[in-house]
Design a protein around this ligand. Structure first.
Ligand code: SF4
Length: 481
């Protein structure tokens, strides 16, 4: 399936949109209920669909899947009569690849010889079309549009004799970002790509194990954090315990730096760093990079700018106030035919605290600016509320490149910082000043300079974009004919 054919829903695309979540369990009590809780904690990573595959003794397996949020999908799911499964594999989906039809809801599963395998994926395979075309030519029949299914076919076709070697053999052909949870009969296998672009953590509860996209998935079921799955690691979990295997020898960590800026939940931890604390540091750093500020108050765009605004306020001494109130009960923003209705729709999500803001000079903080349209609407709301001056601070560097590693992003031509200068963006937003965090400042906030993907700020893509380059090449050929 060509990516152009993917069916897109009418979600507001003026934000990098979270990708997917994985959550697997091995030998824990109440494993299905725990999976539902874990997926609920990871809801921010995908809200289009959710699924849990489960495998019990005597080779019995089943699954529950559906479109919608976790609370909707499992609301009427009576799992009380199901024998506690030894392994479960859960997934929340936001489609970065393939459409949002039921056939694309993960985990995907298959029978390979007599073995039952399921797979859940967070990330994006950058040579999926290339591999899929080869597999189709070899006679493979695909049941979904998912890049993830390519991995299942590669495993099924591998001539290796055991599952770990089959997985290694398959993943050595795959490029891109992948944090995977695979169940293989009553075993579970956790995998991170050799750059470790997407997160994946291991937890322990009594004698059992949990694999989760983020630590907040462990906290909700009172599991202990053990460690992260290492970049390039295949971790087999079965009745013998844990066993680790490398995919390749050449490992180069390139963890997505945007996880710290926006994607991850603030109470999650990666690499011994608490996400909330990093965001506080980012806010402080924004102030240190330009201390010339006579604002009356600092206000965040909720919730994305919250922690950085607190950090900015702490560093500057300018009082933090909630000048914009976010309505958490709003779902998707629907396309409205008239501008007037579109303006009202913005107010459904954000409203300003009129009495607080009138005649104030404010520092407004958001985590990022993607296309700029939402920022402009928020600025308009503030101006209509009688704000005197707006000094807009952005808690990330300018976004100039699309993400190809599992995050839904607009095309480069729609990224405002890729097509406009700083002055032009300031004029477009109609703000009194505009400041972005520097890339150096971002790394200062992390206390680390190496080991991150920052391609959306620098266009330095750490993993080859095979399909995209092939597509560009084909377009060139068509032009030449
Ligand atoms: Fe993260 Fe940006 Fe790299 Fe994508 S391109 S993985 S969003 S840092």
């Amino acid at each position: 399936m060509n990516q152009k054919m993917k069916k897109k829903s009418f979600i507001n695309k003026d934000r990098f949109i979270d990708h997917c979540a994985v959550f697997g369990t091995y030998n824990i009590e109440e494993s299905i209920y725990s999976s539902i809780l874990g997926l609920h904690a990871l809801q921010h990573r995908g809200q289009e669909a959710s699924g849990i595959f489960y495998f019990s003794d005597l080779n019995s397996f089943s699954f529950k899947k559906g479109s919608g949020k976790v609370s909707e999908v499992y609301n009427a799911f009576d799992h009380s009569k199901i024998q506690n499964p030894i392994v479960t594999n859960g997934h929340n989906r936001y489609s970065t690849f393939g459409g949002n039809e039921d056939k694309n809801i993960q985990p995907l599963y298959a029978q390979i010889n007599r073995d039952i395998i399921s797979i859940a994926h967070n990330g994006n395979i950058t040579n999926a079309h290339f591999l899929k075309n080869n597999l189709l030519e070899d006679g493979c029949i695909f049941q979904s549009d998912m890049d993830t299914e390519v991995i299942l076919h590669l495993i099924a076709k591998s001539k290796e004799t055991n599952i770990i070697d089959k997985i290694k053999d398959s993943l050595r052909k795959v490029e891109g970002a992948y944090s995977l949870v695979i169940t293989y009969n009553d075993e579970i296998i956790a995998i991170r790509d050799p750059n470790g672009i997407r997160p994946l953590v291991l937890g322990k509860k009594n004698e059992g194990y949990i694999v989760s996209s983020e630590t907040c998935g462990l906290d909700i079921i009172n599991a202990e954090f053990e460690r992260e799955i290492n970049p390039g690691e295949i971790l087999l979990i079965n009745k013998m315990g844990l066993k680790s295997f490398p995919i390749v020898n050449n490992i180069q960590k390139k963890f997505c730096v945007f996880e710290y800026i926006y994607f991850a939940r603030p109470d999650s931890n990666f690499e011994d760093k608490n996400v909330y604390n990093v965001r506080i540091n980012i806010g402080k750093q924004l102030f240190y990079e330009d201390t010339n500020n006579n604002s009356d108050i600092v206000i965040p765009v909720p919730d994305s700018g919250l922690a950085s605004a607190i950090g900015y306020s702490e560093a500057s001494g300018i009082p933090f106030q909630l000048g914009i109130i976010r309505n958490h009960y709003v779902g998707r923003s629907f396309i409205q035919p008239k501008q007037e209705l579109r303006d009202l729709a913005v107010k459904m999500k954000h409203n300003v605290n009129l009495k607080l803001l009138r005649d104030k000079t404010i520092t407004l903080i958001d985590d990022s600016i993607v296309r700029g349209t939402t920022s402009k609407k928020i600025v308009t709301l503030l101006k209509n509320a009688g704000v005197k001056e707006i000094h807009f601070k952005v808690a990330s560097p300018t976004i100039v490149g699309s993400c190809h590693y599992g995050v839904d992003t607009p095309d480069e031509n729609n990224l405002i910082a890729n097509i406009k200068s700083l002055n032009e963006i300031q004029s477009y937003l109609e703000v009194d000043s505009l400041q972005y965090l520097s890339i150096e400042g971002l790394y200062k906030s992390l206390n680390e300079t190496n080991g991150y993907c920052d391609a959306c700020f620098t266009k330095n893509y750490p993993v080859p974009l095979v399909d995209k380059n092939l597509e560009n090449y084909q377009k060139e050929q068509i032009k030449l004919v």
